[in-house]
Write a protein of this length. Structure first.
Length: 481
């Protein structure tokens, strides 16, 4: 996402509606902007930098004189953390020329370079214009990151990089089999975000059942505050709380079936119950008026100003909205509210997973350099720097010692502790980007929450979209192993 992060308008956008061409393998129009003035190579690839001998100090065999190009998504996490990590690379390889650029237009600037065979060495593939990961993997456009994962960690040569990562990070980068195509750098806690101060003012606790949720929203409404708002223009934010609720109500297997594009997966009773619950927020007038017309920045600003109590979002929201969240807001996040005691999983079940997908293109000139930059970023120092600057965890399993945690980050860590093993990770958002964002998100959930589709109609429509994707032979399909 995005990291989130990526994506109102074109401004500080983090995870905007993806506008990209049909498929990565098709010839694209010449790119525009800072990254597209590259020599065409007809797709044959550029000459590879010759690798150096592997040593204890250079375990990946990086050519110390070869250039390294790094393109970052310029979103909610900013670019300073990456610039700091680049300085470490430059210190370690003083003869290497490093080109670093940050842009929100990842797909339109980089897809032509993939087609021409001269992509950068490291890319943060995130944001509104995120390139479709499933397509990239399916068309063999990415380098396998196993050499990075099996290399000694930057801090401790007795530990492999893979042994320093949070649970699930390696698996997220896999699509079929053992190769790891993506390294998700940020670690995102998704859920329902709110002001503890506002909740206290209602003399309420965070609701654990849906009846309690409706009671809290009614109380808020009587005090002139909407119960909920969300990124109405980009309603694929709604699943950040809706998907883990579905998993809580019906069990992980319901989410797995949805990810696997199984027939009738969306017709499961848990999906129906959760859709109806969310629709009730609309029917009872608990959604902030005008929400369907708001982008993510506008909805977050309205929420931060106390116009709405709850918002579904990811942990990047604390940094992205730092300029509008009041100092006494007491930002908090919770796992989604469930239905009742019949739910399959306990309260606290939450969606947390890697965000900010970093990739090393197969045809990059300096793949070893791209991986080494990632190895540096996965050091304790770089991880701490990221967490301190952008208020989010990284894939590195640690990196919070000695850091004063901000309210949202502290709440996110507490939510993970409460969840324990009850952490879900729906894969549909990285396996089938277009299906998730444009179809399920905008055409399905967005229309339902705006009151233009009843839950049953939304489910039928979304199931048809999923069936269409399952039958589409032009895209690669993935399944939980």
């Amino acid at each position: 996402m995005g990291s989130t992060a990526h994506h109102g308008g074109e401004g500080v956008g983090r995870r905007d509606l993806i506008k990209r061409s049909a498929a990565l393998g098709l010839v694209a129009a010449p790119g525009v902007g800072l990254l597209s003035s590259c020599a065409s190579s007809g797709g044959d690839g550029q000459e590879k930098a010759k690798a150096s001998k592997k040593t204890a100090k250079n375990p990946l065999g990086v050519n110390g004189t070869a250039g390294m190009e790094f393109v970052l998504f310029d979103g909610g996490f900013g670019k300073e953390y990456a610039e700091d990590a680049v300085k470490v690379y430059e210190k370690d390889f003083p003869k290497a020329e490093v080109k670093f650029a940050a842009t929100q237009k990842i797909q339109s600037t980089l897809q032509p370079r993939f087609n021409q065979g001269n992509p950068p060495d490291l890319i943060d593939n995130s944001g509104a214009e995120q390139m479709d990961m499933g397509v990239l993997v399916g068309k063999n456009q990415l380098a396998d990151l196993t050499p990075l994962l099996d290399a000694p960690s930057y801090d401790d040569p007795s530990k492999k990089v893979r042994d320093t990562l949070r649970p699930g990070i390696v698996e997220m980068g896999q699509f079929d089999g053992k190769p790891v195509w993506i390294l998700y750098y940020a670690y995102t806690v998704y859920g329902v975000w709110y002001s503890q101060k506002a909740l206290d003012s209602l003399d309420e606790k965070y609701p654990e059942t849906w009846d309690e949720m409706l009671k809290v929203c009614e109380k808020a409404k009587k005090k002139g505050m909407a119960g909920w708002t969300y990124a109405g223009k980009y309603p694929y934010y709604l699943p950040f709380s809706l998907y883990p609720m579905i998993g809580k109500v019906g069990g992980r297997e319901v989410l797995d079936a949805i990810d696997n594009l199984e027939p009738n997966a969306w017709k499961h009773p848990a999906v129906k119950a959760c859709f109806e619950a969310y629709y009730e927020l609309y029917k009872k007038g608990y959604i902030l008026k005008g929400t369907p017309g708001l982008d993510h920045i506008q909805s977050q600003t309205a929420w931060a100003k106390g116009k709405a109590l709850f918002i579904p979002n990811g942990s990047w929201v604390e940094n992205e909205s730092a300029n509008v969240i009041p100092s006494d807001f007491d930002l908090a996040v919770s796992a989604p509210t469930g239905l009742d005691s019949s739910d399959k999983l306990p309260f606290g079940t939450i969606w947390a997973s890697g965000g900010e997908p970093f990739i090393v293109p197969q045809k990059a000139k300096n793949t070893e350099g791209g991986m080494e930059q990632l190895r540096i970023m996965l050091s304790e120092a770089s991880s701490k720097n990221f967490t301190a600057k952008v208020k989010s965890l990284t894939a590195y399993n640690g990196g919070t010692t000695g850091i004063t945690l901000t309210p949202g980050l502290k709440s996110g860590v507490a939510a993970l502790d409460k969840a324990g093993s009850n952490v879900v990770n729906p894969r549909i958002q990285d396996w089938y980007v277009q299906l998730q964002k444009e179809k399920i998100g905008v055409a399905g959930l967005g229309e339902m929450m705006a009151g233009r589709l009843a839950p049953a109609e939304a489910i039928r429509k979304i199931q048809a979209f999923a069936d269409e994707a399952a039958k589409d032979t032009s895209i690669k399909h993935y399944k939980h192993q």
